[in-house]
Structures are given as C-alpha cells and as structure tokens.
Design a protein around this ligand. Structure first.
Ligand SMILES: [Zn+2]
Length: 88
C-alpha cells in the first residue's frame, strides 16, 4: 500500500534506532537532524521510546566523527506531515 510519494520518500516508516541489529518496530514520532554550520542534516526518525537513547548514541557518533558535529534537533513529525493519515 503505497500512497503519495513526497512525504513517504523523505520519512522512513520505522524508528531508525537499532539495538543489536534488531530494528525497532514502533512508528516514529520525531525527526532527528543535526544543525551544523553548513546546514541541517536529517539523520533519521525516532519513536518516543528511543529518543533519549538515540541522543546519546548520536553524541557518541559525533565524538567519533561519524556524523557531522552540531546541535541535535528533534522535530515532531506531525508538524511536517500535516495531511498524513496514520493507520495503526
Ligand atoms: Zn524506536
């Protein structure tokens, strides 16, 4: 069941968090991005369960240089996809 392209292309339907290669099956509620001097990078989407965990993990990635350094921002998905009908 694939509906409209634009929003679904941008937003994965599952939480980006992985624990020991087990994907999270919760639906994401927030978008994570990093605000750098060069712009804002979207990193993934996260469910409310994993928000604090992913923040820690991202800070570790930033320390190792795996993702750009900068301020980590969480943004409510509902504010981005206003006309998205959720069926769960
Ligand atoms: Zn999750």
């Amino acid at each position: 069941m694939y509906q409209d392209k634009t929003e679904l292309l941008l937003l994965p339907k599952q939480c980006s968090f992985r624990a020991e290669n087990k994907p999270c099956n919760y639906s994401p509620s927030e978008i994570i991005s990093v605000i750098t001097e060069g712009g804002e990078y979207m990193v993934g989407v996260i469910c409310s369960q994993h928000k604090s965990l992913i923040r820690e993990r991202m800070e570790q990635h930033q320390a190792k240089g795996q993702i750009p350094g900068g301020k980590i921002r969480f943004q409510d998905i509902k504010m981005v996809t206003t006309n998205c009908m959720k069926v769960y």
